[in-house]
Design a protein around this ligand. Structure first.
Ligand SMILES: Nc1ncnc2c1ncn2[C@@H]1O[C@H](COP(=O)(O)OP(=O)(O)OP(=O)(O)O)[C@@H](O)[C@H]1O
Length: 250
């Protein structure tokens, strides 16, 4: 079973350290972790450090991974210039770093994922002709067909309508459980984080403020101090906590 732990992790852009000293408990297979924090707090920077795109101090410990490339990263910017169809781009993502032969297993996996994300109808459309939300769904499919053991998704639902947001987060939660994957999702919608995450990692000014169970770390005090809002946390009909914003605080 795969596990991920960050030990005093930092990340540089150029010579400047933008993220410092992030240490998490051991994150384990099947967990969905929401990474939250204000704009420019360092969430994307941390993801890029975990995937190895940025350098920095500390250790990203991956234990129990079956493959060498255990981590798949879905970036925030999903714009595409390539002249490919949706299907071709997903097939290409599947074969990245593998032999070029395409087997039944590859085709079946691609079909299953496209079906689950409800994008079969746009399979033969050019990537450049998609709406923002459609592009985001295709990027999710591209990340999933690599069958990662650890998946980092940078705001994967920011362009999706409410129905699709719930569908995608629910699907990712089920995939994490079913495949024993660790899924980290950077997300601004705190109520979706409270509903779907097993743990919440809060980044503030390039540092980790907390990492733990949603109920323990998403508190009224945290919302005031990190997000500068006055808010209440109440139970919703499904027994999840729900943030109700009363106004901004200064
Ligand atoms: N390529 C870069 N070169 C220099 N600085 C950068 C670069 N990318 C990001 N930064 C800086 O690093 C800091 C953290 O940015 P990052 O994108 O990680 O924040 P974020 O938490 O993901 O924000 P958001 O929620 O707005 O997407 C910001 O101050 C940003 O300006």
């Amino acid at each position: 079973m795969v596990a991920l732990q960050l030990q005093s992790v930092g990340a540089y852009h150029g010579r400047k350290l933008f993220v410092e000293n992030v240490s998490t408990p051991k994150l384990t297979a099947g967990e969905l972790v929401a990474v939250i924090g204000p704009n420019a707090a360092g969430k994307s920077t941390l993801f890029k450090r975990i995937t190895g795109l940025l350098k920095g101090p500390g250790n990203v410990l991956v234990e129990g991974a079956k493959a060498k490339n255990a981590i798949s990263y879905m970036p925030q910017d999903t714009s595409a210039n390539a002249v490919l169809t949706v299907y071709e781009s997903i097939l290409l993502a599947r074969k990245q770093g593998q032999s070029w032969g395409v087997g039944d297993q590859d085709l079946r996996l691609i079909d299953d994922i496209m079906k689950a994300l409800n994008i079969e109808a746009i399979a033969f459309r050019d990537l450049g002709a998609l709406s923002g939300g459609q592009r985001q769904l295709v990027s999710i499919a591209q990340a999933l067909v690599r069958e990662p053991e650890i998946m980092l998704m940078d705001e994967p639902t920011s362009a999706l309508d409410l129905h699709r947001q719930v569908e995608v987060l629910d699907f990712m939660q089920r995939q994490a459980r079913k495949r024993g994957m660790i899924v980290l999702i950077a997300i601004h919608d705190l109520n979706q984080a409270l509903r779907f995450a097993d743990k919440v990692l809060i980044i503030q000014n390039g540092r980790m403020r907390a990492c733990g169970k949603p109920r323990d770390v998403v508190t009224v005090d945290m919302l005031r101090e990190v997000y500068k809002i006055h808010a209440r946390i109440e139970k919703c009909s499904m027994d999840h906590d729900h943030v109700i914003v009363d106004g901004t605080a200064h």
